[in-house]
Design a protein. Structure first.
Length: 129
């Protein structure tokens, strides 16, 4: 298994229970990689050492949550199939899109593409990069 490296300090992140980050374990899959000094983390698939995506700091996680808030209702509400939503993103951006691997800029672009009025009219959206 490859080492999981913190994107901020570039050191190996330890594999720990998510109670190290949250104070108590959450979910069935409670293992994660967590760099305490930097505050970056990534959850793991079913308590394995396989990360769900790439490590992220608080700001990146907030933008990933916003991106999911736009994407998920499209397929959960039955308007589209999940595969269709991600195919549309792949066609727009020219590559497979995984929110767990997306940085702030990519999340902003996803939101802008799927819900342009929501992104532009939200005063909490600050310009980044």
């Amino acid at each position: 298994m490859n080492k999981v490296i913190c994107p901020k300090c570039h050191k190996e992140a330890p594999w720990v229970e998510n109670k190290e980050r949250y104070g108590k374990n959450y979910g069935k899959s409670y293992m994660c990689y967590f760099c305490r000094p930097c505050g970056t983390y990534v959850g793991c698939h079913n308590n394995t050492r396989k990360p769900l995506g790439e490590m992220a700091d608080k700001e990146t996680m907030e933008w990933r949550i916003k991106a999911h808030a736009v994407i998920d209702p499209l397929w959960r509400g039955g308007k589209m199939k999940r595969e269709e939503v991600y195919r549309m993103l792949r066609e727009k951006f020219g590559r497979e899109i995984h929110i767990g691997e997306s940085n702030v800029k990519m999340c902003e672009q996803i939101i802008s593409f799927l819900a342009p009025s929501r992104h532009k009219n939200n005063p909490s959206n600050k310009k980044h990069r």
